[in-house]
Design a protein around this ligand. Structure first.
Ligand SMILES: [Zn+2]
Length: 512
């Protein structure tokens, strides 16, 4: 506590006065004139999901540049690579025999289409086979059929629901049985002699008309929607509830039929970008303070909490900074990264392409784990982060600062989100880490990552926090030294910890 006071006292009272005026302006603007809802509406509802290589991703980049320009902020799209171009169309899946029911499901990203028509066929379940030879012998049976390749979950109730209502014995029994079933399904796949990717391709090559799967995300109604492994026939994900229905009907010999219409367009090769916007520094224009959030998403829903919320936090903070701090000491730069979801590609490319920024980076603040208010901030293994971040946080209103648990010096993250691309290059990148709001089960990469999940008070809290941290980092008379702390021994290997290595961006993706 004493040390903390001593640090904050080094800031002159004149500067402190100026700081308080700025802080008051930020809080007032963010509260009375918030643009968060209209930004989120444009991004999540109007543009929608932002899968790398899709026209919607491009639309989002163009929208961001235009929005910054309307605020009087210089912005540009910076090309860093190319990706397979694809556009999602309609998915419609119906049970048509033995009764009719429209099923909740959608094709996975990059899924091939059904060529403008609906395909109706019987379903078949991936069987338990003795080995890969038995699998090859069974394989011709899939001709003309949709193949169910996921386990049917024994319960669609999340564990927290069981915990609340089941007897202890019954909850334990369910978990045990589910574990055994999951393990048995894993073995069923491995006995085919193929991994998930190879399996999908073997099935389509043997004449299956489509792959049906269900990747439950452990919450009511929530499934994760990733990419397809097929090249000719569609791969669809069906909700736990409807997948279970289809599975049981198939298993009991009802010979159910489904009709699948999957529309999508291959769009060749698409250029990929980062959107960059900046407010030029006046005293130290060649030193940088960065705001950072990935701009792309998976495409099962609108990517509201992953990562429209991080995106609008940075946009709103930039808007407010431009209004009340138009002539910053250092250059303020925001990065809206492309293709984070395929491996931090946009930010890795930026780090490779802009050594002048990376070498002169005072600090970068990234947000990317949901809609929640920031509750954790780690020093990422930088020895002097304690002194600097505490000094900056000291000016943040107490009702925002009080939620934040800091860890110093902390240890460097090897991945997780785009700040790690900078940390790996030895530059001070930090993660403004949110509380969960059930991110992992309900919204992260799911079909439920939608506008309604945004918690506005928390997002506003984060925009205020970011604007103030950026201002303080820009105004700081000192530049943060880059000494790294000695990393603690890895308890698993017994080896001393090592700094994460810088990794190359994938500049051409999805085109194999
Ligand atoms: Zn994310």
């Amino acid at each position: 506590m004493l040390l903390f006071t001593a640090i904050t006292n080094t800031h002159s009272s004149f500067a402190q006065n100026k700081d308080s005026v700025f802080v008051q302006q930020v809080v007032k603007e963010a509260t009375d004139n918030s643009q968060l809802k209209s930004l989120a509406h444009q991004l999540v509802d109007v543009i929608g999901p932002r899968l790398v290589g899709t026209p919607q991703m491009q639309q989002a980049h163009d929208w961001a540049v235009k929005t910054y320009q309307d605020w009087g902020i210089t912005a540009r799209n910076e090309k860093w690579g190319e990706w397979r171009g694809w556009e999602r169309g309609v998915t419609h899946i119906d049970l048509v025999y033995p009764r009719v029911r429209s099923l909740e499901g959608m094709q996975l990203a990059w899924s091939p289409s059904t060529n403008g028509k609906a395909v109706t066929a019987e379903t078949i379940i991936l069987p338990e086979v003795a080995d890969s030879i038995a699998f090859q012998n069974w394989l011709p049976t899939v001709k003309g059929k949709f193949v169910l390749i996921s386990m049917a979950q024994p319960t669609g109730r999340p564990d927290y629901n069981w915990e609340e209502f089941a007897t202890k014995e019954s909850f334990e029994k369910m978990k045990k049985e589910r574990e055994a079933q999951t393990e048995a399904w894993r073995k069923r796949i491995s006995k085919t002699g193929l991994n998930t990717r190879g399996l999908a391709q073997a099935l389509e090559n043997a004449g299956a008309v489509g792959i049906v799967q269900s990747q439950w995300s452990s919450g009511f109604g929530a499934n994760k929607i990733f990419g397809a492994n097929t090249k000719k026939v569609p791969t669809v994900d069906i909700s736990l509830e409807d997948y279970g229905l289809l599975y049981r009907l198939t298993e009991s010999g009802q010979k159910p039929k489904i009709s699948v219409r999957a529309e999508s367009k291959d769009r060749g090769v698409a250029p990929t970008f980062n959107t960059m916007a900046e407010i030029r520094g006046t005293e130290k224009p060649n030193e940088y303070v960065m705001l950072s959030a990935h701009f792309d998403s998976w495409d099962g829903a609108g990517g509201a909490t992953d990562n429209a919320t991080g995106t609008i936090v940075m946009m709103e903070a930039m808007r407010i900074l431009k209004k009340f701090y138009p002539n910053p000491k250092r250059t303020i730069l925001v990065g809206h990264w492309g293709s984070e979801e395929q491996g931090l590609n946009g930010s890795r490319a930026f780090v490779e392409d802009h050594p002048e920024v990376v070498q002169n980076l005072q600090a970068l603040f990234n947000q990317d784990n949901g809609t929640g208010r920031v509750v954790n901030l780690s020093g990422q293994g930088f020895l002097h982060s304690y002194e600097f971040i505490n000094r900056w946080l000291a000016r943040v209103p107490v009702d925002i600062r009080n939620h934040i648990q800091t860890t110093f010096p902390g240890s460097p993250s090897g991945g997780g989100s785009d700040f790690a691309s900078f940390v790996a290059a030895g530059a001070p990148g930090f993660s403004l880490s949110s509380n969960s709001w059930s991110y992992g089960s309900y919204t992260w990469h799911t079909n439920r990552d939608t506008y309604d999940k945004i918690v506005w008070d928390d997002v506003r809290n984060n925009a205020i926090l970011t604007a103030i941290l950026v201002y303080m980092a820009s105004e700081d008379p000192q530049t943060m030294p880059r000494e790294k702390s000695v990393l603690s021994t890895n308890p698993r290997t017994g080896q001393p910890g090592t700094w994460p290595e810088q990794r190359k961006a994938t500049r051409k993706g999805g085109l194999d």
